[in-house]
Design a protein around this ligand. Sequence first.
Ligand code: GLU
Length: 466
Amino acid sequence: MPVSSVVTRFAPSPTGTLHIGSARTALFNWLFTRRHGGQFLLRVEDTDKERSTEASTQAIYRGLEWLGLDFDGQPISQAANSKRHAEVAHAMLDAGHAYKCFATQDEIAAFRDVAHAEKNSTLFRSTWRDVADCDHPDSPYVVRLKAPRDGQTVIKDQVQGDVTIRNDQLDDMVLLRSDSTPVYMLAVVVDDHDMGVTHVIRGDDHLNNAARQIQIYIAMGWDLPVYAHIPLIHGPDGKKMSKRHGATGVEEYQALGYSAAGMRNYLARLGWSHGDDEFFTDSQAQSWFDLEHIGKSPSRFDFKKLANVSGQHIAQTENAALLHELQGYLAATAAPTLNDAQKLAFLKGVYCVKDRAKTMAELLEKSAFMLNARPLDFDQKAKQTLDIVSIGILIELTPQLQNVIWNREALEALVGILAESHNTKLGKLAAPLRAALSGRVVSPSVFDMMLVLGRDETIARLNDIS
Ligand code: GLU
């Protein structure tokens, strides 16, 4: 197959938040598709009217957008295709690959009770499978697939290997309900076929579905897609990732401040590997990603690793892009937006904080000195640092700052000489200076802060404490 003909899809059900596991499925599809120059499509599986919500659909869009997983074309609504799904069921009926089943719910329940009591398979075996049309009653029916009962079905899975299922374990699944509405299993296959999907990359909770879905492809004479069923994500304790472990929705991760690039990198590494590489860029991931190196066993989510990778990406991100991401973070946490002066200050000063922030939350915290306007709020420790003696030295320093050349070398020399004249170390003087300039006891270096704040603001802050 020419590589450019790759078509994948991400097919979330809009019934809640965009789960982190689903986001990783989307990411794998996206990486694989971008590597092969194909089409990555989004299909919203909204056939479950009771559970699907518009709010959840919007959350899917927002989650994908934050993660930078751009899809091709317009999103496709599965519910909008229901006519076509029914049409295919009728084609199967006409071709003898499906049949009308008139069994009532009570009859099916009775069949199961007997099978249970006799310790037989409870797979429903309809008595209508081979009944001719002329013998059909005029009563409600469902359309069932005439599934093969002999032989076996092999799912040639790129991750799981060959998975063989005995056909006598397949039931004649319902394709159309008695009200003529198509079932989800049929909708997936018809949509995948109609969308030209060549590779189905999805969670391995759908592996069993694949065996049944394949029967529809065979009945319709359609080409099978390549399957890759990827293991689930587990929490640090090895159990299925859930709220107990922490955040599960993609938007929660944004609100926690992880960088989107870091998230992509970490999620790609979670379940897929490229040698020992832990940190990589998008273009590296796009040129390396393959199905062969997806692991077979569930991976464990490690929040510490995520934070580390996120931090490495923050350090590498261009300042303007960081500002953009910070604004997204502020919006996600419903925090006030930055004004123009704050944006400029951030662009000027972020160089001295970006190497040490693992998340946007930390980046914001470390940037406080440049974003906060005078008069500063001093935290308790900073207040304690500013004792009478320290303030006295800072008062001495202030007029000297008026004429010094405003560069690192000159400032270091000036503060150094002042420290010496008081028989103290530069570090001792740096503490109250830090408190005066930032209101905190932890901040970037005092010289970085002075350079970022500029002469006037530095002097004004020193005057505020005297
Ligand atoms: N809608 C399904 C889900 O959200 C995915 C179906 C598929 O990928 O075939 O789990």
